[in-house]
Write a protein that binds this ligand. Structure first.
Ligand code: 1PR
Length: 467
């Protein structure tokens, strides 16, 4: 059974590296998705439909269902051409992305290969793995899916985020900031303590079971005074990946580090430890800002040594997320600053009609002379695969996402963007999906209080299983 690159290796070759031949078992090549009309990589939940032309099918190939969605994360795909592979004896399930139809899964005799990740596709994906292991190639569909439930195309992801840090007793807890301030203000009993929403592994499992499309852990304070290899986040990932079968992203502290015994550990080595512990993506915040500053100061030259470049070179750009922590800076006119400004419908305290977004590092504690447009365009060139677009002004506010910021960043890059900060109710997710072209939306504060909204059919995905 081949998964993702395991499917790709069965073909003759790929545009990704024309000098490297595939095994040549299947007579076709892979090509890069066209990014003129959509984000690339293709990240998220899409179909794997053997009844491609929409005719109703009563049989399932290895547990695949036309009304289920499966998790894909790739930039190269096998274009589907009717009959080309079937005449070689292959059964093909396809998906569509923008105007392109491509091979989602393919089977012949004792071979099954999937472009999507069944191990990260929730219940729908686990069903495919079980069918393969049981040798159940064909089985009757439990119920004939309705045409509406087999809606083609990529759905938009709803991501549950857990900000994780040690509390003052040294326990690792899920916390939540209000404009990045995670300490309780309320009663004298809890005043000043780190807000404690619960245990990371338990909460991640609950979010998965209730339908989250992805889980993101942000380690908002690097774990001091412990050897890197004992970092509690590694154990959290190992435990979480035993019960959560959707993609896991880990951020916080992905940087070149000096261990407690003085040894140098590279960002790539830290990322490798996280990947080996169960992470699918790593998120880089502060060091991405530093690398982008050097990129612009150095005349847009790549150093080849930034964490973004080294990790995406080793693991692919789809494994690297850039977490952006911007805050609004109001200006009376675009000529008031050299930074990339936008007109805003929400004037500043002195009636300013324009603003720019200042990048920050260290969890918002330090503002930098770099704007979000400079950051996201630089990291895209360095090989980042996705942008996690937070917003300090909206963080924990329950006032909804900063739609102006999201649209501005979406116009600047081709890689997927995750809208983040401000979600206070399900309607905010509907609003960001309807008023921006964001590829995904993330919630932290509200998700910990009412995740069941994930089943609200507002265009967000319903995870690997239609409910
Ligand atoms: O700089 O590479 O070590 O990464 C640090 C990471 O930790 C960054 O991703 C940074 O955003 C995050 N971080 C650092 N300090 C805080 C804090 O809150 N004091 N979290 C923090 C920032 C961003 C999201 C947040 C969303 C959704 N929080 O995690 O949850 O804004 O908010 P919502 O509750 O409104 O939905 P590095």
């Amino acid at each position: 059974m081949g998964i993702c690159v395991g499917l790709q290796a069965l073909f003759l070759g790929s545009e990704e590296d024309p000098s490297v031949n595939g095994l040549g078992l299947i007579p076709s090549h892979l090509k890069r998705f066209d990014d003129s009309d959509k984000s690339v990589p293709h990240i998220g939940w899409n179909s794997a439909n053997t009844s491609r032309t929409g005719e109703v099918t009563s049989e399932s190939l290895y547990g695949l269902r036309p009304d289920s969605k499966y998790y894909y994360v790739h930039s190269y795909a096998v274009p589907y051409r009717e009959g080309e592979l079937e005449k070689e004896g292959w059964t093909v399930a396809t998906a569509r992305y923008g105007g392109e139809e491509f091979v989602g899964a393919i089977a012949r005799q004792n071979i099954l290969a999937t472009q999507f990740h069944p191990e990260k596709s929730g219940a729908a994906g686990l069903r495919v793995l079980k069918a393969f292991l049981d040798g159940t190639r064909n089985s009757p569909l439990p119920s004939i899916p309705s045409a509406s439930s087999t809606k083609e195309g990529l759905t938009r992801r709803v991501i549950a985020c857990l900000d994780v840090r040690t509390n003052d007793d040294g326990d690792l807890v899920v916390t939540k900031g209000d404009q990045y301030d995670v300490r309780e203000k309320s009663s004298a009993a809890t005043g000043g303590q780190v807000r404690n929403l619960g245990k990371p592994v338990d909460m991640a499992r609950r979010y998965y079971e209730q339908g989250a499309d992805e889980i993101t852990f942000l380690n908002i304070t690097s774990f001091r005074n412990v050897p890197v290899r004992d970092t509690p986040m590694l154990e959290i990932l190992r435990q979480t990946s035993k019960t959560v079968f959707v993609p896991l992203t880990i951020g916080g502290g992905i940087r070149d580090t000096v261990d407690t015994d003085g040894t140098q550990i590279s960002a790539l080595d830290i990322a490798t430890m996280y990947f080996k512990s169960g992470a699918d993506k790593v998120s880089i915040g502060s060091d991405a800002v530093i690398a982008a500053e050097q990129y612009w100061k150095g005349g847009k030259k790549l150093s080849g040594t930034s964490p973004i470049e080294t990790i995406s070179k080793a693991y692919g750009n789809q494994a690297v997320v850039i977490s952006v922590d911007p805050r609004r800076i109001y200006v009376p006119s675009p000529t008031s600053t050299s930074h990339h400004t936008i007109p805003t419908a929400f004037p500043g305290p002195n009636g300013e009609q324009y603003c720019w977004y200042q990048c920050t590092i260290k969890g918002g504690r330090e503002g930098r002379d770099l704007d979000v447009w400079q950051l996201v365009t630089a990291v895209e060139v360095m090989g980042a695969g996705e942008i996690l677009l937070n917003c300090i002004d909206r963080d924990g506010s329950n006032r909804g996402f900063d739609l102006e910021l999201i649209n501005d960043v979406k116009s600047a890059v081709k890689i997927p963007v995750i809208a983040s900060s401000g979600a206070g109710n399900p309607g905010h997710f509907g609003e960001v999906f309807q008023k921006t072209s964001t590829d995904a939306a993330l919630g932290a504060g509200m998700v910990s209080f009412c995740i069941s909204f994930l089943f609200t059919p507002f265009g967000g995905s319903v995870g690997g299983e239609d409910t």
